[in-house]
Design a protein around this ligand. Structure first.
Ligand code: FAD
Length: 470
């Protein structure tokens, strides 16, 4: 039982001095010099002032923080990497259980597995696993958190070959709403383990993950190909037929927008409207060259940067295009195969944002993602072909918010008749509860409600894409 030495002030009062019995990490409240840095999340449009940020140093701190929050009736937000676009990692008037100091990664090369703490970023995991020529499916931006991404499912370059991140999850350690520390795997609390593989932060605070690893690289064939925006419709039609028969080793993500001013892109192309196909071949380089040949030959691109690249480096190639502190507003949906009329909608809307930083990302799924049966994990809509995100982006002080948020909503409405569910981690902050159900489908959602009712009947963990208990 946690003893509260000094309680947090209630009402609008901010705490001055707080101690949590048994808590060793820093406790950051409004009067702390680091408060504004500690409450900031990736999305600069989120501006919330929690009463307390409890920066945990380990599992015992998480237990102490959960008990303290419950004893004091404080709303809880859980922070992993702080990347969620809806800003669920920070609450307005409660406690943030902040795992950002828990970034340890330990690799067992013989077992091909990795133990990863709940506040690690994908860059931490890639760096340590690649030291052994190993990797697991992670996100395509290295400053994204492992925890939130994994608990929602985890899509990335390697998923068509090696499955979603959750398909590579072996076990977790989790602190539940009553402060218990459980290990969940196929053999222990298997209902909880099932729910954690897609159900997000609804069931507890995950303090560590164990992942299955695969030999990857360290150098593999990867990079972007750029075409002019006017060619987008034709290239997308060719791309549709091309990816239908592409080997599982080939992961592709198409980005529509302007060419970002990256050092690898010649200056004369910066800010030009382009369709960029990023690709990563998780196999021998020569096989990748062969697999990509038809697409590279189809229409002369503006730029072709596909070549041998270190996997860990490629994983961070996009980092500077989506930095912390800019403002972001997303809409997203899963899509079926790209029929001609769907391609017309995409090509017709993708380039009409006002901000030069707004963009659209189209992830190709299938392969190992859809070979796992629907319902085997809590990740829904495995049959879908693509996930699309419509991303309004504006820097602090710029006035694109209204125009480009409207652009994403209009574009999303135009995709209406093609929609096939949604990836829960791509949901924004202004979605209604039906969209959470949409992310899972009815039968998975109903099963998640049962697990939620077992492990968190009071909905202590609700500052998320929430699954309400019965
Ligand atoms: C630039 C960018 C690129 C992205 N690319 C990809 C991608 O390639 N693939 C992909 O699948 N997704 C991607 N995403 C989406 C990403 O999966 C989500 O934003 C995810 O929530 C990020 O995890 P996080 O730990 O950083 O989030 P946070 O904001 O810290 O947490 C989000 C939520 O996850 C839960 N959570 C976090 N940590 C824990 C924990 N330790 N225990 C229990 N619950 C926890 C909580 O409910 C929390 O509210 C991307 C997001 C961004 C912003």
């Amino acid at each position: 039982m946690t003893t509260v030495i000094a309680k947090v002030g209630h009402g609008s009062e901010m705490p001055t001095a707080v101690e949590i019995d048994g808590f060793q990490g820093p406790l950051i409240s409004a009067d702390h010099a680091d408060y504004d840095i500690a409450r900031a999340v990736w999305n600069g449009a989120i501006d919330r002032r929690p009463r307390l940020i409890a920066r945990c140093m380990g599992t015992a701190d998480v237990v102490a923080a959960v008990r303290f929050a419950r004893d004091n009736d404080l709303e809880i937000a859980i922070r992993g990497g702080g990347h969620n676009v809806a800003g669920t990692a920070v609450c307005g008037d409660g406690i943030v259980i902040d795992l950002s100091a828990m970034r340890g990664v330990r690799v067992d090369p013989a077992e091909r597995s990795a133990w990863v703490q709940g506040g690690a970023l994908w860059g931490d995991v890639d760096r340590e696993t690649q030291a052994h020529g190993l990797a697991t499916t992670g996100g395509i931006v290295s400053h994204t958190g492992v925890a939130g991404l994994t608990l929602g499912g985890g899509v990335g370059w390697l998923m068509r070959k090696h499955g979603l991140t959750v398909d590579n999850l072996l076990a977790v350690e989790v602190v539940t709403a009553d402060g218990a520390v459980l290990r969940a795997s196929e053999d222990e609390h298997s209902d909880l383990f099932w729910a954690l593989r897609g159900g997000g932060g609804n069931f507890g605070v995950v303090t560590s993950f164990e992942f299955r690893l695969h030999p990857v690289g360290p150098v593999l064939l990867a990079g972007p190909i750029l075409w002019d925006a006017n060619d987008a419709g034709d290239v997308l039609r060719f791309y549709r037929d091309f990816v239908r028969h592409a080997p599982d080793e080939l992961g592709t993500v198409v980005r529509f927008g302007t060419a970002p001013p990256l050092p690898v892109i010649p200056e004369e192309l910066h800010w030009r409207p382009v369709m960029i196909m990023g690709s990563c071949y998780a196999g021998p380089i020569a096989d990748g060259e062969k697999a990509l040949r038809p697409l590279r030959a189809f229409r002369p691109p503006l730029l072709d940067l596909v070549g041998p690249a270190p996997y860990a480096g490629f994983q961070s190639a996009l980092d500077s295009t989506v930095p912390h502190g800019w403002n972001y507003y997303w809409k997203s949906t899963h899509l079926p195969e790209l029929r001609d009329d769907l391609i017309d909608v995409i090509a017709g809307h993708a380039f009409s944002a006002s901000s030069p930083r707004s963009y659209v990302a189209l992830f190709h799924l299938k392969g190992a993602v859809s070979r796992v049966a629907e319902g085997d994990t809590a990740f829904g809509n495995r049959h879908a072909s693509h996930a699309i995100t419509l991303d309004a982006v504006w820097r602090p002080g710029e006035d694109y918010r209204d125009r480009d948020s409207a652009w994403t909503r209009e574009f999303f409405a135009a995709l209406g008749r093609f929609r096939e569910g949604v990836y829960v981690n791509f949901l924004g902050g202004d979605e209604d509860a039906n969209r959470v159900r949409e992310a899972y489908g009815n039968s998975v959602y109903d099963r998640l409600v049962d697990v939620k009712t077992t492990y968190d009947p009071d909905n202590v963990f609700h500052h998320n894409q929430n699954i309400r208990p019965n």
